[in-house]
Design a protein around this ligand. Structure first.
Ligand SMILES: NC(=O)c1ccc[n+]([C@@H]2O[C@H](COP(=O)([O-])OP(=O)(O)OC[C@H]3O[C@@H](n4cnc5c(N)ncnc54)[C@H](O)[C@@H]3O)[C@@H](O)[C@H]2O)c1
Length: 296
């Protein structure tokens, strides 16, 4: 099996910085890269803060935190970050053109044996891999937010992903402290597909007047033991993001994923969740102003 020692992470946003934090904690030399120098500085500060917080909470020793921090490096170009990597994890925005641009470049600058992974939450890894000459060495590694706290990693097998690549991704995920599930590529993987279905059904129930949003959330938490109700969850994820996922699932998996009209209406009204100060619920004090709320 491919032995991974050095991991490059492309994109230092919400996910990239969490993946870098967790990879360094797992003992890997980790190189984080972003087009924006400010994103790298913010990532470095946030990783330090989160490692220190974990030490305060007694999760691990200061020596462990310092060790992780010392295994982190920062790069200002994809070439610089990726040329020595055994595994590259891409975490740039969820647009197919961006992923294709990065994978085309990675295929040129990486060693032939390097594994290329995407943290995409919905796009086809088979399509992303098709722009490279190493489709068997491409795989999906879908982490969850916040990466340093969430236990799950979905490893996605694309059409041509090899057994060796899959085994290496599994091993890395395990060393990063994750519980790994392996999935054959399909829209929404496991989590986004189920979550979208539950969240959509909750909007249909609200629309039909079955119960109030508070009572639907209460029932799901106390009756089904979910840590969050579907409306609390969608306010956190963003109603606009949820609508995009549902539209994609509706197109690829059919009628059962047709977005509830009430959800569409909330998005049209600019009620896109916590980030706008109001979604299904109101969040006084979190409003970014009318313009921000409209843009979502
Ligand atoms: N946010 C989540 O909850 C979540 C959860 C699971 C998976 N994902 C997936 O992770 C990926 C990243 O999402 P995010 O939320 O971290 O986004 P983000 O917007 O927070 O971060 C993206 C980062 O990529 C950088 N970037 C853009 N183009 C680049 C390029 N060409 N080269 C290098 N860096 C570049 C940006 O400057 C930014 O810092 C997406 O595919 C998303 O679907 C997100």
């Amino acid at each position: 099996m491919t032995q991974v020692q050095t991991i490059a992470v492309i994109g230092a946003g919400i996910m990239g910085r969490g993946i870098a934090h967790t990879a360094a904690l797992g003992g890997y030399r980790t190189i984080l890269e972003d087009v924006l120098p400010t994103a790298l500085r913010k990532a470095e500060d946030e990783i330090r803060t989160n490692l220190d917080k974990a030490v305060e909470l007694g999760k691990f020793s200061k020596a462990t935190a310092d060790g992780a921090f010392s295994r982190l490096e920062y790069a200002s170009s994809v070439e610089q970050a990726a040329r020595e990597a055994d595994l590259v994890i891409e975490a740039v925005p969820e647009e197919m053109e961006s992923k294709i641009e990065i994978f085309t470049l990675l295929d040129k600058v990486c060693r032939p044996g390097t594994i290329l992974a995407s943290n995409t939450s919905s796009l086809s890894v088979t399509e992303i891999a098709s722009v490279t000459y190493r489709a068997p060495r491409c795989v999906g590694m879908h982490f969850f937010n916040p990466v340093h706290k969430m236990k799950l990693l979905e490893v996605v097998r694309a059409l041509e992903t090899s057994d060796d690549t899959l085994a290496a991704a599994f091993e890395v995920g395990t060393r990063m402290g994750k519980e790994v599930v392996i999935i054959k590529e399909s829209p929404g993987f496991i989590t986004s597909r189920i979550n979208a279905m539950i969240g959509n059904e909750a909007f249909y129930m609200l629309q039909e007047g079955v119960a109030s949003a508070r009572d639907i959330d209460k029932a799901i938490k106390l009756g089904l033991n979910h840590p969050m109700g579907p409306f609390e969850m969608v306010d956190l994820v963003g109603l606009d993001t949820r609508l995009h996922i549902l539209e994609y699932l509706h197109k690829s998996l059919g009628e059962k994923f047709r977005p509830a009209p009430l959800l569409v209406q909330y998005v049209k009204a600019g009620r896109v969740g916590r980030k706008a100060g109001r979604g299904v619920y109101e969040y006084p004090g979190l409003e970014p102003g009318r313009e921000g709320a409209r843009k979502g």
